[in-house]
Design a protein around this ligand. Structure first.
Ligand SMILES: *Cc1c(COP(=O)(O)O)cnc(C)c1O
Length: 462
């Protein structure tokens, strides 16, 4: 008993440990360090009383444990991970990664004063999105444009401003749920519109819209099915056909194209992806799409179209609530700027760079990663796999790719264990389990990260 009391007396006080160099130099805030120390010391006391701790650890050791605990306790819902899943636009992993130029623009806009609504030339108040509007006009030929928080917000604003109080005609095959509770019928109701379903689930023709038009019809809405596919006997009215119906009755045609690629992603195999430019050319009056899907920018929703409708949205009270911040505008400007040069866009915008990787290049990268893992004592092999675009772009389409498959040699631990250990790395590595092997698809891993991935993979498979 006296031994236990002696040990308890040897435990240093929190105040003294707070002076320890390891704590002082850790970069952990003082309140976080103090909380962690109290926790570590309480556990130590319990251990001594229970007889499981035979001697009081030195101050440095206690400080080290406390610093590690404090770091683990930091609430950080957004931290870097390495994406080995092969899903390029992974909604759980933050969708698109920005280009270097766009990332720099975000940091600059966020950390200094900026010309958000200031006209340098004339020294007075200026437009928030003049640059973005300029690039979108150049790239798509749109008359006017607007940027809001995301594509869901875009659809909400468009329908509220253009069709509020009226009927909106939508094909039964396009009454989709995009995910996160975004269901087309609910959004239409939320905007104060009445949904009028036309056609059937698999076949809808222009005549179906024509028949449903009446004095209350305020919009013809077309929604890209994005995350599912109807196969077999299907038919849908094209934007061109809808525009013809709309023109006769003077009703706007609105298209939510979902991903909204600006580059020619069809040559990477994304065959059915609609383009904003094409949609406008075919007669859509308003087109909306996401900024962080195939465009490769930050989360936002882009609205392009005829000026009279864009003006109605700009003047709608919802716009003030849905408009984007300076970081988003900065990122969007920098991203759109590259698109005028398709080669530069493919090189600099990560989403396009990943989409455009050739099978040969992917194989070379996978071989390089595999060799490095083996060199460091790990166990891996190169396998063929399929990547997907993700983010609701082209469901069912798979891109041939290469992955490194990790497995233990010998003992009974399986892929789940490897998966978990990679996930618990200081920079978590997220992979995919297939046939009881953990796959890391090299398409979505940045070149700069291969060294880290090799080391981690060797460590968990050795
Ligand atoms: C992804 C998607 C949305 C939602 O876009 P967010 O930018 O995520 O709000 C809406 N409509 C379609 C067709 C989509 O594919």
């Amino acid at each position: 008993m006296s031994h236990i009391n002696d040990l308890l007396k040897q435990i240093p006080h929190v105040d003294r440990l707070m002076q320890n160099d390891i704590i002082v130099k850790s970069g952990v805030y003082r309140h976080e360090a103090a909380d962690a120390l109290r926790h570590v010391l309480a556990e130590l006391r319990d251990g001594i009383r229970a007889g499981t701790v035979a001697s009081a650890p030195p101050c440095d050791a206690l400080a080290q444990v406390a610093v590690e605990l404090a770091r683990r306790r930091v609430c950080k819902d957004v931290s870097r991970v390495i994406n080995g899943t092969g899903v390029i636009l992974h909604s759980n992993l933050g969708r698109a990664c920005l280009s270097k130029a766009a990332s720099e623009a975000v940091v600059e806009a966020a950390s200094s004063y900026c010309t958000l609504e200031y006209d340098i030339e004339n020294g007075r108040r200026g437009s928030r999105t003049g640059g973005v509007e300029h690039y979108l006009r150049e790239l798509t030929g749109c008359e006017a444009s607007l940027v809001v928080n995301n594509n869901a917000a875009a659809v909400l604003l468009i329908l509220s401003a253009v069709a509020g109080g009226g009927n909106v005609l939508v094909s039964r095959g396009e009454l989709v749920e995009i995910g996160g509770g975004f269901r087309v019928p609910d959004v239409i109701t939320q905007c104060g519109c009445k949904l009028v379903e036309v056609g059937t689930t698999n076949k809808t023709r222009a005549a179906d819209y024509e028949r449903a038009v009446d004095a209350n019809t305020k919009a013809l809405l077309k929604v890209h099915s994005s995350n599912f596919e109807i196969v077999g006997f299907t038919e849908s009215a094209s934007v061109k056909q809808l525009a013809a119906v709309g023109a006769v009755h003077n009703i706007p045609v609105i298209e939510d194209i979902g991903s909204g690629a600006l580059a020619d992603v069809r040559r990477y195999g994304l065959r059915n992806e609609p383009f904003a430019k094409e949609s406008l050319k075919n007669g859509a009056d308003v087109v909306s799409f996401s900024g962080d899907k195939l465009l490769g920018g930050l989360q936002c929703g882009l609205i392009l179209g005829r000026k009279i409708y864009i003006d109605m949205m700009k003047n709608h009270p919802l716009y003030r609530a849905l408009r984007v911040d300076k970081m988003t505008i900065a990122a969007l400007e920098a991203t759109l700027r590259v698109y005028a040069d398709p080669c530069a866009a493919q090189r600099d915008i990560p989403v396009l760079a990943m989409l455009s990787l050739s099978e040969d290049e992917l194989k070379t990268r996978a071989n390089g990663l595999c060799d490095e893992i083996r060199k460091q004592g790990g166990s891996a092999e190169v396998v063929q796999t399929k990547s997907v675009a993700g983010g609701g772009a082209v469901p069912g389409l798979e891109l041939a790719s290469y992955a490194v498959a990790l497995h233990y040699t010998g003992d009974g631990r399986g892929a789940n264990d490897i998966e978990k250990r990679l996930r618990f790395m200081s920079v978590p590595i997220i992979g995919r389990i297939e046939n009881d092997r953990l796959l890391l698809d090299v398409r979505t891993i940045f070149c700069d990260d291969f060294g880290y991935v090799a080391k981690a993979a060797a460590e968990v498979t050795a």
